[in-house]
Design a protein around this ligand. Structure first.
Ligand code: FDA
Length: 304
């Protein structure tokens, strides 16, 4: 019960535009620096170099949501292109993750697709794969439409499918052959479109993973759930899935010991590394997922 209230509270706060704007001026506060790799490219580069040195591969997220004007979306596009340049210049072993809301999808679809073309052109030049993060349900169909359009020209782009949505089994089947990140889902969705029961979400995630792996498609399994990871290891073993066909992904700053363990067992582990000044909504969603993460926030609060 308390968990549900706290989840709803943090998800609600994550969408507060005034707080999101104010937080940009605060710098990384409330413990956010434990899960956000700095507020500029230089700080991010040094963190990713360390991760690469330890054997992890990465995907970078130049944080940003709630873009309200074309100017903001163009500025976000420029920053993302600079991130791609930094990956190449510093020889980082990293992919890129983007959100379509950051690139103006809520303003004008065509304009957003043009921004994606610019990003994918640069990414292609440096042979960098780009994943379009999946946002709330109101953006799901739109994101899949944009992906289909982009895939006509680029093969270095994929997306994320959320196991809490009823529609996801069909979506994964439709996306056979396209690299996908499979997750439980981070937003608050209604029971008309999404499972609410944790066990059903877990079972659906395993089902999606099986479908995509068995269709010989590249599969990123993005979870911190050790029980689920153990079950995936069994599926992979039983079906003789090649290590080149899948990877585990976890968020920067979460379950470092589990990340390390998977790496030492020989699995490919990709760390999702968010950075930038626009950290508030991302951090609030992480607090919503796991109230225990509040200890990050409390420690951060008292140490300032
Ligand atoms: P969940 O939070 O359900 O935890 C399951 C169990 O694992 C817990 O009960 C506990 O036992 C253990 N556990 C989890 N975290 C722990 C911790 N920190 N310490 C100790 N034990 C812990 N979502 C989305 O909607 N769109 C997206 O594009 C993405 N992208 C994305 C990328 C990556 C790399 C990841 C890892 C996740 C996402 N997500 C996402 C978020 C995802 O949908 C989901 O909300 C979170 O990963 C939380 O769910 P988990 O599967 O990690 O396990």
């Amino acid at each position: 019960m308390i968990e549900k209230i706290s989840r709803n509270f943090f998800l609600h706060v994550s969408k507060n535009i005034l707080l999101n704007k104010a937080a940009k001026r605060w710098g990384l506060r409330l413990g956010a620096s434990q899960v956000v790799a700095g507020d500029c490219i230089e700080q991010m580069v040094s963190k990713v170099k360390e991760l690469n040195k330890d054997g992890f591969v990465c995907t970078l997220d130049n944080l940003g949501e709630f873009v309200m004007s074309k100017e903001e979306a163009v500025a976000a596009t420029e920053q993302i292109i600079q991130t791609l340049e930094a990956i190449s210049k510093n020889k980082l072993n990293s992919q890129l993750s983007v959100k379509l809301t950051q690139l103006g999808i809520d303003i004008d679809r065509k304009f957003c697709v043009q921004n994606m073309y610019r990003i994918l052109n640069t990414a292609k030049k440096y042979q960098i794969f780009v994943t379009i993060d999946m946002e709330d349900y109101s953006h799901c169909e739109l994101t899949l439409d944009v992906l289909a359009e982009l895939r006509k020209t680029y093969n270095n782009v994929g997306t994320v499918i959320q196991a809490y949505l009823f529609r996801s089994v069909q979506d994964v089947k439709n996306l056979k052959g396209i690299p996908l990140r499979l997750v439980k889902g981070a937003y608050k969705e209604s029971n008309n479109v999404a499972y609410q029961d944790k066990r059903l979400i877990d079972e659906n995630l395993l089902e999606l993973i099986k479908i995509h792996l068995l269709s010989k498609s590249y599969t990123a399994i993005a979870t911190h759930d050790h029980q689920l990871i153990d079950r995936v290891k069994k599926i992979v073993e039983e079906n003789e899935i090649s290590p080149d066909q899948f990877e585990f992904q976890m968020l920067y700053g979460f379950r470092n010991e589990l990340q390390q363990q998977l790496l030492s067992e020989g699995y490919r582990v990709r760390v999702y590394v968010p950075f930038g000044t626009d950290w508030f909504a991302y951090y609030m969603r992480r607090l919503a997922e796991r109230p225990q993460n509040i200890t990050f926030a409390l420690r951060g609060f008292f140490s300032k």
